[in-house]
Design a protein around this ligand. Structure first.
Ligand SMILES: [Ca+2]
Length: 256
């Protein structure tokens, strides 16, 4: 009996201790933006495609060009886990590359994000780059001239903890480069929206609870005469159960 109360307490503390902070966010809705663009043609806000709000940010690739979009500096000090996420449509030719880099030294040096950091479901070309081929056939890589729609948005997540945890000066930049000297080749370009960096002192993903034995744990809730048997499969159910138990402060856990 006490064993279960102890286990429940440990899980509750772990769950309540789980917290995270958004240390950078840009959705391109209100100027001034927290990013700086470089390259020609320039990045610009558009309203025909957006993931959230009514705007996204786009670069239509120019001939032999490399364009960067760099976030303002942000700090992750005190946090061991750092996650970058953003929504995008990368309608660029297969020969062109869109990549993400991280700096922790004021923008002096940059580290490219690769499949090592990637947590999304797209294909990183050569292990690091997005293009229309990343979501084939959804982004229609065989036809550069097809215009994207809002159905094309994909959300990407990178675990950048190994680079950016506990750093006082972190920057992320998005780099798009013409790889075959024809600019965008008629493709619409790279659209970004809802860029977000989340930092946490402890593990970013809440613990999951798996019943390892065939012994069921029953919770005799006093809300009614029906004995409720919970197969513990979600943290949410666990919390609700704990709150219910705590409210009435009676020993109502038993096992069999
Ligand atoms: Ca937006």
């Amino acid at each position: 009996m006490k064993k279960y109360f102890l286990s429940l307490s440990v899980f509750l503390i772990a769950i309540l201790g789980y917290s995270q902070a958004v240390v950078f966010q840009e959705g391109f809705e209100t100027q001034p933006y927290s990013v700086t663009g470089s390259g020609s043609p320039a990045w610009s806000a558009v309203t025909n495609l957006y993931y959230e709000g009514t705007h996204s940010y786009r670069n239509p690739l120019a001939m032999d060009a490399t364009a960067y979009l760099t976030t303002n500096s942000f700090s992750t000090t005190g946090n061991s886990y750092v996650s970058l996420s953003f929504a995008h449509i990368c309608k660029i030719e297969v020969a062109d590359t869109a990549a993400i880099e991280v700096s922790v030294d004021g923008g002096v040096t940059w580290q490219k994000l690769t499949t090592t950091h990637y947590e999304g479901s797209g294909t990183l070309i050569n292990g690091y780059a997005f293009s229309a081929m990343s979501y084939n056939p959804d982004w229609q890589p065989i036809n550069s001239l097809v215009a994207p729609t809002n159905d094309w948005w994909r959300v990407e997540t990178f675990d950048i903890s190994s680079i950016a945890a506990n750093k006082s000066d972190v920057r992320v930049r998005f780099r798009v480069k013409d790889g075959n000297s024809n600019g965008g080749g008629g493709a619409a370009g790279w659209y970004l929206d809802d860029i977000k960096v989340v930092a946490a002192a402890s593990e970013r993903t809440p613990p999951t609870i798996t019943l390892l034995s065939d012994t069921l744990v029953s919770f005799n809730l006093i809300l009614g005469p029906i004995e409720t048997i919970l197969d513990i499969s979600s943290v949410f159910i666990f919390i609700v159960s704990l709150i219910t138990l705590s409210d009435f402060s009676i020993p109502i856990i038993s096992s069999y």
